[in-house]
Design a protein around this ligand. Structure first.
Ligand SMILES: *Cc1c(COP(=O)(O)O)cnc(C)c1O
Length: 383
């Protein structure tokens, strides 16, 4: 198969005239932070996911940190986390002095292995952070069943899971809190930015204060300008109005973004399976509605050891790839030095890190791009 050379970036934010206009409008007005755009974004976001109270933050990491602080995890507590995730998930536990207890993942979805999850629950387990791996929703009914029976607080790291639903319920609305990311290559972007969501309005209200110095009233609530009180210790993890304006415009694009991602993923998966060189992480049934962040291909047999070589060969054909995630977190230097790392403990997480290639399916790409990725990989396998 010969195809004209294309350039396929792994990710590219979709910024149109609407976003540019929205940002300029903020710049022309008097309010640059803590204003109406932030509230509008929160309202629209909660509407999109179909529930909860949303609080804008400066990043998903900030949202996760706010969650672990809010639930009061600390020294002596254990919090279950996936071995296969972004470091932010684990840092949020480590930052409050609690102990991250790593759980291995399944090879079909990349989500935590529920048997390993259950096995690692101890009398010290106070919380769990569940990641919906590359947009494939975890089996939240079973997780909540295990957690609720023991009073374990569940935080859903939904950084890659906007549009992902399990049994019809959007990710982040099963647990005690949901955290989302608006980093440039994620589903929608505000440059940097995040959201914290909780079904419990009181939790959301407390976190909203906490992320703004724990000041007891906003500018508009102050009868004497400049006067406020402080009800506790706090942080500044706010999102500015420019970012919020971007977010408001981006939300309208989500349905089209999801449609394109799904169509690209479906076509790419079909083409890759014909090459018979690996397996594709995907949901296992219609109750798991994938948000298709990327397509992770786990190389089989002799290809597994040649993964990096294949990445170089794809790169030479201008196919952008990535690795989700580059190492099991317990193998990263900081965590392995602190807690030790045993090769045998997280075989599936290690397999995904060492033997998979994350391929792009974002809305900047079309079906011909998917065919180009397949033919480029075919060439890479042949040569
Ligand atoms: C990207 C990502 C994060 C971090 O998001 P930021 O908004 O950059 O802080 C956290 N968790 C997961 C699973 C991610 O993929």
């Amino acid at each position: 198969m010969s195809m004209k050379e294309r350039e396929i970036p792994f990710g590219r934010p979709w910024i149109g005239e609407e976003e540019k206009r929205a940002v300029l409008e903020v710049l022309e007005g008097p309010i640059l932070t803590h204003g109406p755009k932030g509230h509008e974004f929160e309202k629209k976001f909660a509407e999109f996911i179909g529930g909860g109270t949303a609080v804008t933050t400066s990043s998903c990491m900030a949202s996760l940190h706010l969650a672990t602080m809010h639930f009061g995890f600390g020294p002596g507590d254990e919090v279950l986390v996936p071995a296969q995730t972004h470091v932010a998930t684990v840092h949020a536990v480590e930052l409050v002095g609690a102990k991250p207890v790593f759980v291995d993942c399944e090879l079909k979805t990349g989500n935590i292995d529920l048997f390993d999850f259950e096995k690692k629950i101890t009398a010290k387990t106070r919380g769990a952070i569940i990641v919906h791996f590359s947009g494939i929703p975890a089996r939240m009914d079973r997780i909540m069943e295990l957690a609720s029976a023991r009073g374990i607080k569940v935080i859903e790291d939904s950084a890659l899971a906007i549009g992902a639903r399990y049994k019809g319920i959007h990710t982040g609305l099963w647990g005690d809190a949901g955290c989302y990311s608006f980093y440039p290559v994620k589903h929608i972007t505000t440059t940097e930015g995040g959201m914290f969501v909780s079904k419990n309005a009181e939790t959301a209200k407390k976190v909203a204060h906490f992320r703004a110095f724990s000041v007891d009233r906003t500018h508009s609530e102050r009868t004497i300008p400049g006067f406020y009180n402080v009800t506790g210790v706090g942080l500044n993890y706010r999102m500015g109005e420019l970012q919020a304006a971007l977010g408001v415009a981006q939300i309208d694009r989500i349905p089209e973004i999801l449609r394109r991602r799904k169509s690209n993923f479906t076509r790419l998966k079909r083409g890759l399976l014909e090459l018979d060189c690996g397996t594709v992480l995907d949901s296992e049934g219609p109750e798991q509605e994938n948000s298709f962040y990327c397509l992770s291909l786990i190389m089989n047999g002799k290809w597994a050891a040649r993964r990096n070589d294949l990445i170089f060969k794809l790169k030479a054909q201008k196919v952008g790839t990535s690795i989700y995630y580059p190492q099991p977190v317990p193998r990263m230097e900081y965590y392995s030095q602190k807690y030790g790392y045993n090769e045998k403990h997280f075989p599936n997480a290690a397999r995904i890190s060492d033997e998979s290639i994350a391929l792009p399916v974002g809305p900047h790409l079309n079906s011909e791009d998917m065919d180009y990725i397949v033919s480029s990989l075919k060439r890479a396998l042949e040569g």
